[in-house]
Design a protein around this ligand. Structure first.
Ligand SMILES: [Zn+2]
Length: 438
């Protein structure tokens, strides 16, 4: 994901995290995922590069579990790569935004867009040009991270053109929809002193709308969602839902294998669009008991209203971040006005600077937002154990499989976990379910 889209997601209220509560996701979505619901869904995110492409190629049909020594070596190299990339990614996206700002290019884009005359169209045209610039500057890196590396580790089931097509579709959707919060934001900045407060409050209905609409409108543009084909499994899951007292929700399977071999499940949507989604890869590789635990975990997010709580937390976070921005950004604009080519925040050309601010603040807040997320995940693991009634061993194997199939490091460095992991480390989750007594 590029710096621009990352910012927009922060602006849209951490939607990438809110759209879905996936079974596992170690961090915010990143390069290679399309900037849509896919990100939330695919948030298991992984990648690495290693030279043995021969083994990677055969990953497809053979069961990978239990883990072979070769797979273990791959897992280690993949997680090393990812840890490095976490930082590369931050500096890269900030660097691109600063380049756009301090070369005066943002101001130039605004001048081009100004030909549109109508105020709204000027803002929209500027946003489109900015998104395009940012996308192109980032493209070599996102191809490397999202396609080449993923491919080297044997995850991808797409050709380059298929992958790129989906990436472009994501960009297009962003160009169409991102204008809503951006327009709203700049109107408020120019009209209200407490713009950060009004924006945060106004974001609530917008975030809710996005969560309702994305699973039914946007996600189906990328994948096929259908009722579970395995009717015996469906019966088991419905019985579980009954036990949990959940009514009016759907369980879908999604052909995630179209893009990648990774495994996940997530709960998403609100009101009539709420649903649990299972990757076809999971149905293929997990036993019924393991899936029951996973379903129990997802139902836990449901029953404990984690999506709604997430919206509340996101709004508080947006408010705090925008308030901090407002306290400091005007001085920076004043100091560098000649280089930047704009002299006030209400100038749309300041958008990349706002992105820089929110990216940095978001990074600093990471331990807090991820800490809260890990707390929810632990709650859901507990709930999953209680409701599914499966053995601790079955639940532990489910986590172990996630680690093996997704090449996810089960035991990351504590600092990495603290800062970047939205889910507890898999090793901790395994220990927890093994020792758990209802
Ligand atoms: Zn979860």
């Amino acid at each position: 994901m590029t710096g621009t889209s990352r910012f927009l997601f922060i602006l849209l209220g951490l939607i990438t995290l809110l759209l879905a509560c996936p079974l596992m996701a170690e961090e915010n979505p990143q390069a290679g995922d399309t900037p849509t619901a896919e990100q939330a869904a695919n948030s298991v995110d992984t990648t690495v590069s290693d030279s043995s492409s021969a083994t990677a190629a055969s990953v497809g049909d053979e069961p990978l579990y239990p883990m072979s020594p070769e797979r273990k070596a791959k897992l280690i190299s993949y997680s090393r790569f990812r840890n490095i990339w976490r930082f590369v990614d931050i500096f890269l996206s900030l660097g691109i935004l600063l380049l756009i700002l301090f070369t005066g290019f943002s101001a130039r884009l605004r001048d081009w867009a100004a030909k549109a005359k109508n105020k709204f169209l000027v803002a929209w045209l500027f946003l489109i040009l900015l998104l395009l610039t940012d996308y192109l500057l980032n493209l070599p890196f996102s191809i490397y991270r999202g396609f080449i590396v993923e491919n080297n580790y044997g995850f991808l089931n797409q050709t380059f053109l298929q992958w790129w097509g989906e990436d472009l579709l994501g960009l297009l959707l962003l160009m169409i929809f991102a204008i809503i919060p951006v327009w709203f934001l700049y109107r408020l900045i120019s009209e209200r002193k407490l713009w950060w407060l009004w924006f945060s409050l106004g974001a609530i209905p917008f975030i809710v709308l996005v969560i309702v609409v994305v699973p039914v409108v946007i996600s189906p543009m990328f994948n096929k969602f259908e009722p579970l084909k395995d009717k015996a499994l469906e019966t088991e899951i419905l019985a579980l839902a009954d036990k949990a007292g959940i009514e009016g929700f759907d369980v879908f399977q999604v052909n995630a294998s179209k893009q990648s071999d990774k495994i996940n499940a997530y709960v998403t949507g609100m009101f009539c669009s709420k649903r649990i989604v299972l990757y076809d890869n999971m149905i293929k590789n997990f036993t019924t008991d393991e899936i029951k635990f996973v379903m129990g975990h997802e139902m836990g997010h449901y029953v404990m209203n984690h999506i709604w709580k997430g919206v509340g937390l996101a709004v508080i976070f947006i408010m705090l971040a925008l308030w901090l921005t407002n306290m400091t950004i005007h001085r920076v604009i004043d100091r560098f006005r000649d280089r930047l080519g704009f002299d006030k925040l209400s100038d749309i050309a300041s958008l990349p600077l706002l992105m820089v601010y929110l990216s940095i603040i978001g990074f600093i807040f990471n331990p807090l937002t991820n800490g809260l997320s890990r707390y929810h995940e632990r709650q859901s693991d507990t709930y999953g154990m209680d409701i599914s009634g499966v053995s601790g061993e079955a639940a532990a194997i489910a986590f172990d499989k996630l680690s093996v199939y997704n090449l996810s490091d089960p035991d990351p460095h504590p600092v990495i976990e603290f800062w970047f992991y939205s889910h507890p480390a898999l090793k901790k989750r395994m220990e927890f379910v093994r020792e758990y007594r209802p």
